[in-house]
Design a protein around this ligand. Structure first.
Ligand code: KIV
Length: 271
């Protein structure tokens, strides 16, 4: 068990040091206690309580419906399972875009109620005032640029972002602004590898890529995707490290069969 309120072994400062010495940062999502415990013990550096919980935990098409209360519930569960990793929690759609006071209130609720280490916010210049206000309250912020799923209705597609020069230039500018505002890291989602490489080299803070190539200072994946629980999602950037969908299906079918055939429970499995 981690001590409530204790500083975990991986800190935002440690991530900067990892970048400086060229050590890559491994980040994964988690949404519940039992999974977070395994992820932490496996040596993952940063655990993201992502608003992708809306997709993989709740079955929504987009990340928009998840609420601050939902995120707090997931984050509290994750924090109870983590000793070492830095725990970052997504501010969900609608809880920071309004104005910087609303944004600060949302971030404070996350930090107070979950004992997580930091928040993540999607966007650049448009939300800079909110980011600065949250950081000035002592709350570390991770940025998120490129494909920002909370803006899916603006983009109209989950395709690669910043392929055109104007969008690429804005992204590079936004990344610098986030660094100057005091963000400790920035996620780069689904952008050309050459752009992610250039941005990573231009920043002192680490970049964490998802579909942004090997030039980033770290990588992040959604745990359900990389473990093969969710088989409906197969973008090019996704490497599957297991086929849990098949393993779970086989185990579940065996259980059903054993119950139906009265094989389970046997003599030794009863009192
Ligand atoms: O919500 C999430 O899981 C994310 C990652 C894809 C970076 O934001």
């Amino acid at each position: 068990m981690s001590v409530a309120g204790a500083v975990r072994a991986v800190t935002t400062l440690r991530l900067t040091e990892m970048k400086q010495r060229g050590e890559k940062i491994a980040m994964l999502t988690s949404y519940d206690y039992s999974t977070a415990k395994i992820v932490d013990a496996a040596g993952v550096d940063v655990i993201l309580v992502g608003d992708s919980a809306a997709n993989v935990m709740a079955g929504y098409e987009t990340t928009l419906p998840i609420t601050l209360d939902n995120m707090i519930y997931h984050a509290k569960s994750v924090v109870r399972g983590v000793n070492r990793a830095l725990v970052v929690v997504d501010l969900p759609f609608g809880t920071y875009q309004g104005n910087s006071k609303v944004a600060l209130d949302s971030a404070i609720r996350i930090m107070k109620e979950t004992e997580a280490d930091a928040v993540k916010m999607e966007g650049g210049e448009e939300i800079l005032e909110s980011i600065e206000r949250i950081i000035s309250a002592g709350i570390p912020v991770m940025g998120h640029l490129g494909l920002t799923p909370q803006s899916i209705h603006k983009f109209g597609t989950y395709n690669v972002r910043a392929k055109e020069e104007a969008e690429a230039a804005k992204l590079a500018r936004d990344a610098k602004l986030l660094e100057q505002a005091g963000c400790f890291a920035v996620v780069l989602e689904k952008i050309p590898a050459s752009l992610a490489d250039q941005v990573s080299q231009s920043l002192q803070i680490p970049t964490i890529g998802i579909g942004a190539g090997r030039g980033c200072d770290g990588q992040v994946l959604v745990i359900h995707d990389m473990l093969g629980i969710n088989k409906d999602f197969s973008p090019r950037f996704l490497r599957r490290y297991a086929d849990l969908h098949t393993i779970m299906t086989q185990a579940l079918e065996s259980y059903v069969s054993d119950v139906k055939s009265c094989d389970f429970p046997n003599e030794k499995e009863q009192y």
